[in-house]
Ligand binder design. Structure first.
Ligand code: 57M
Length: 362
């Protein structure tokens, strides 16, 4: 909004020129979401508690885990609303709201937030309910993914090519297969973040590393000279996504203030599905889908642990991990929760560094 507003005034009022710069607006977007989260955090947590929007820790079938997690019973949840509201507000304020990459990312973020909200709401409405029926939730994700895929596929400016890190000439045009590919990325990313959100600050900490990396990747992808120098595809106007990613970093840092161990609030599906889907969308828009698998390695490993566990149980009637997702495996092995969280964050930071290195190794 500021961008559009001040763009026309910049020739008359020189100082407004600064609003033209993505770097300045990205920094402001991060500060805006951070301070909104910090200032509204206690109020929102208090409201959630008063409205009895609180987590019900499952015991049946999970006795070992319940022993170490039972004290979390009654922790307010759906705090992800804070992330969703602050990111949307800050992006509308600091980004170019007519930029199609921003519009598509915000739509993805909002659509999955609404789905997550419905799931959280149903879980709370009926005690012991598991929320949305698993197939309804999955089909809704598929529909959101399909609609976005069609929009991207029909956009003549958008390519269906898949670029690989390390090999500057390895490019595959997916053609019509690009549609299922988009669905896979959107659904996979949103579910992976959702699975990871099972220990205090774990998902939000890994999101900070991922979104920070993607804010840099968006910037260089949308910059004619940097993209040429790094031999990556140049996508005009995609640099604006730096503002969205920075807003997400700020919001997650503000949320982590309250969600860090021992957590005073959980984000709920409203936060986890939205964050995952939006990151997946950014990766698609800037053609860095493969890099998402690297920088979001923790999310990928958590999702893979669930898949392996389910397949192993179906075929051999045995568990491969003590419990999936992976963080629960370490909890049952006796590692303190804070140690698992910080170690996963460290791995996530290393993966972020590695992702940035891939830009030079090709
Ligand atoms: C998200 N939700 C957390 C909180 C958070 C197929 C199967 C693998 C599905 C999976 C599942 O339900 N995943 C969905 C996991 C839950 O957190 C809430 O959910 C939101 C995110 N969607 O924001 O509102 C619990 O996680 C803990 N938590 C924290 N701190 C946080 O900051 O401690 C969350 C955030 C919270 C809290 O205890 O209640 C969750 O874990 O349920 N299912 C599972 O993950 C279950 N695993 C399982 O069944 N494994 C099986 C098979 C099917 C793979 C196996 O290994 O044999 C676990 N879920 C629970 N208990 N509740 C197992 C233990």
């Amino acid at each position: 909004m500021f961008y559009s507003l001040f763009y026309y005034l910049k020739d008359n009022i020189f100082v407004l020129n600064i609003f033209k710069y993505i770097t300045f607006r990205a920094a402001m977007a991060a500060l805006t979401t951070f301070f909104i989260s910090i200032l509204l955090g206690n109020y929102i947590i208090d409201r959630l508690r008063k409205l009895k929007i609180q987590e019900n820790i499952r015991k049946e079938g999970f006795a070992k885990l319940y022993d170490v997690q039972h004290y979390k019973q009654g922790t307010p949840t759906m705090g992800g609303l804070l992330i969703v509201i602050s990111v949307i507000f800050s992006t509308l304020l600091w980004a170019n709201i007519f930029n199609k990459y921003i519009i598509l990312t915000l739509l993805t973020f909002l659509a999955l937030a609404i789905l997550g909200f419905a799931d959280d709401y149903l879980k709370l409405k009926e005690q012991n309910s598991k929320g949305l029926n698993i197939s309804t939730k999955f089909v809704s994700q598929l529909v959101i993914g399909l609609l976005l895929a069609i929009v991207l596929f029909l956009d003549k400016e958008f390519s269906t090519k898949l670029y690989f890190p390390f090999f500057k000439n390895l490019v595959i045009d997916l053609g019509i297969l690009y549609i299922p590919f988009v669905i896979l990325v959107i659904c996979g990313a949103s579910n992976a973040v959702n699975f990871t959100d099972g220990l205090d600050g774990l998902a939000v900490g890994c999101t900070i590393m991922t979104a920070l990396t993607f804010s840099l990747l968006s910037y260089v992808t949308g910059h004619a000279k940097f993209s040429q120098y790094l031999l990556i595809p140049f996508i005009p106007h995609a640099g604006e996504l730096t503002v969205f990613c920075a807003a997400l970093v700020g919001a997650c840092m503000g949320f982590l203030w309250f969600n860090c161990f021992p957590a005073g609030v959980f984000m709920g599906d409203v936060g986890s599905l939205a964050i995952g889907g939006a990151i997946g969308m950014v990766a698609l828009l800037i053609k860095k889908e493969i890099l998402l698998v690297i920088v979001g390695g923790i999310f990928v490993i958590e999702a893979l642990s669930v898949i392996i566990q389910i397949i192993a149980f179906r075929i051999w009637k045995k568990r491969f991990f003590k419990m999936a997702p992976l963080h629960h495996h370490f909890q049952i092995l006796g590692l303190p929760e804070s140690k698992i969280i910080v170690r996963f964050w460290i791995i996530s930071a290393i993966l972020a560094i590695f992702t940035l290195i891939t830009l030079k190794i090709r």
